[in-house]
Design a protein around this ligand. Structure first.
Ligand code: AMP
Length: 535
């Protein structure tokens, strides 16, 4: 078993270099020294993740808990009997975290404090420092998933692109490393689409307007309504049906009517369908996104919430049919097969056109029907799991960004006692760092301020007089008027008049918008401004 101190040594080495090649080399060498049971855990810990993204467990250790535990350790100097224990292993650390995550109910606060105290006492000061970084999910050594996948590919000489492809199919980076190191390169390259194993969904780039999309795709373009709901990937294996969320967690239990509908109305032995579920009200009008989330949060009494929040399914893709992957088939062919097996039911509204005026009218009809905008798709494109390329565009008329809240400031006056000025950040995809791009206290109701105050305190990492700094966890959708260059923020950008328009409970912080997306939007802004004659 490998000592945890070796993993900490690696993290220190990673901090000591800015070169990606060196980072991936150090990680690759380290992974090759591990035994099978340690690999997945080690990969996650290096990335500052305690559990894999498909694991529904969370750690629930707030900054306040850490402060309490640190104080307790400082006060009780005679932690003697633990000192004779053998050094902590990587597996020991995982066991402590797993036990903390599974502790709930009466007496859990004390039990969590006890476990964490024990873990910290068994660690040296440097190890404690890194354990805290892991708990906060902020490693600050510049290694995010991209570098890790590169390291895994190099460790077994599998080629980066092929390893990236395997990562998309598997959706679990720890398992990816285990397969590579233990089962070898051939096994890694053989990873493919699997029935009942969620694959990363294909994503879209943001386009400002219909015209921008036409400039990108010459000739005929597919336009579909963009529904404002939750992405679902439905796997059908005979009568067995599983539904996965965008994060690839299993949400089958929350959506019994989707299971029924797939079983009864999709005529295929095996299939993987891609679509969106939307909460609907009277006359099948879409309801706000928050309503839909009630369906996913509810674990008990699904029946009653099913009645309160009925959902509608819209299908827009088919990636596997009767034993064969359709990932590499063109869009139009996939759509045709989807239509056949669904009998033309549940299909997303769409047109194929090369006429911008027709496209604009279609966008207007989408908005008039209460949907978010349009998706534009290339007729010939394959299905690219996890990719946010130019094969799909989303056209959302209002300008929004999905940002991560990394701190909240105590309010004054009417907002006294609430954490109400939120620090908004985008992710630097190279380093994994969350970079400040603005602050706002606009857009929330009093009730929401109260809820946010509580939520932020439970995510606290540290605080000073005015500000509570939190784990990057909450993703907020914000509208803004303009992106400005900022000399004050390290990101280099500041959002003008940012206001919160919603919360993206379906997105993890890694899926929030990134600094390079912001940069692109910043540059594009000038095209529009110039046209409007503002500058
Ligand atoms: P966003 O979440 O803003 O990045 O937009 C992409 C999301 O739009 C997808 O992940 C889907 O959940 C959703 N969506 C709604 N309608 C469609 C559609 N017709 N095609 C693809 N995605 C859609």
């Amino acid at each position: 078993m490998t000592e945890f101190s070796k993993l900490v040594e690696l993290c220190v080495k990673l901090e000591g270099t800015n070169k990606k090649n060196e980072k991936s080399q150090f990680i690759g060498e380290f992974l090759n020294t591990l035994i099978e049971e340690e690999i997945a855990t080690a990969v996650l810990l290096i990335l500052g993740k305690i559990f894999s993204s498909t694991d529904s467990r969370t750690l629930n250790v707030s900054g306040a808990t850490i402060n309490r535990v640190m104080k307790r350790i400082a006060d009780e100097k005679e932690s003697s009997e633990l000192e004779d224990r053998p050094p902590l292993s990587i597996i020991d650390v995982h066991k402590y975290f797993a036990e903390i995550a599974s502790t709930s109910g009466k007496g859990s606060r004390k039990r969590i404090d006890d476990l964490l105290t024990e873990l910290f006492i068994l660690s040296n000061p440097q190890e404690v420092e890194y354990l805290m970084k892991m708990i906060a999910g902020e490693m600050r050594h510049g290694v995010a998933d991209g570098v890790m996948i590169k390291a895994i590919s190099e460790a077994v000489d599998a080629g980066l692109r092929k390893t990236q492809r395997a990562a998309m199919f598997l959706g679990d980076i720890g398992e990816l490393a285990r397969i590579a190191i233990v089962e070898g390169k051939e096994a890694l390259l053989a990873v493919d689409l699997r029935l009942m194993g969620a694959v990363e969904p294909m994503l879209a780039q943001l386009a400002k307007s219909v015209d921008e999309v036409f400039a990108e795709y010459s000739g005929k373009t597919v336009l579909e309504y963009k529904y404002d709901g939750a992405r679902v990937q439905i796997h059908k294996n005979g009568d067995e049906v599983a539904v996965f969320s965008r994060q690839r967690s299993d949400v089958t239990g929350s959506l019994p009517e989707i299971v029924e509908l797939t079983r009864n109305s999709i005529s295929a032995d095996t299939a993987i369908l891609d679509g969106e579920v939307v909460a609907v009200g009277e006359g099948d009008k879409p309801m706000p996104f928050q309503e839909l989330m009630r369906r996913f949060k509810r674990v008990h009494e699904i029946e009653s919430v099913m009645k309160e929040v009925p959902v509608k399914l819209y299908l827009f893709d088919l990636i596997y049919l009767n034993g064969e992957s359709l990932i590499d088939s063109p869009y139009q062919q996939r759509w045709g097969m989807l239509k056949e097996i669904s009998g033309g039911n549940f299909m997303a509204e769409r047109i194929i056109t090369e006429d911008p005026a027709e496209a604009k009218a279609f966008l207007q009809s989408a908005m008039d029907s209460g949907h978010e905008g349009l998706m534009a798709k290339s007729l010939t494109s394959n299905y690219a799991p996890g990719a946010r390329g130019k094969k799909w565009f989303k056209i959302k008329p209002s300008e929004t960004l999905d940002v991560v809240i990394i701190a909240g400031e105590w309010g004054h006056g009417r907002r006294q006692g609430w954490l109400s000025n939120y620090h908004l950040a985008v992710r630097n995809e190279e380093t994994g760092e969350y970079m400040l791009v603005g602050k706002t206290f606009k857009g929330l109701t009093d009730q929401q301020f109260l809820e946010m105050t509580e939520r932020l305190q439970s995510l606290k990492i540290s605080e000073d007089d005015a500000t509570v700094y939190v784990k990057p966890h909450i993703v907020a959708e914000i509208a803004y008027n303009e992106i400005q260059k900022s000399p004050h923020y390290k990101s280099g950008y500041a959002l003008r008049f940012a206001r919160i328009t919603g919360f993206r409970e379906d997105k993890s912080p890694e899926q929030a918008d990134t600094i390079s997306q912001l940069e692109k939007l910043y540059l594009k802004q000038f095209e529009r401004k110039a046209k409007a004659g503002w500058s």
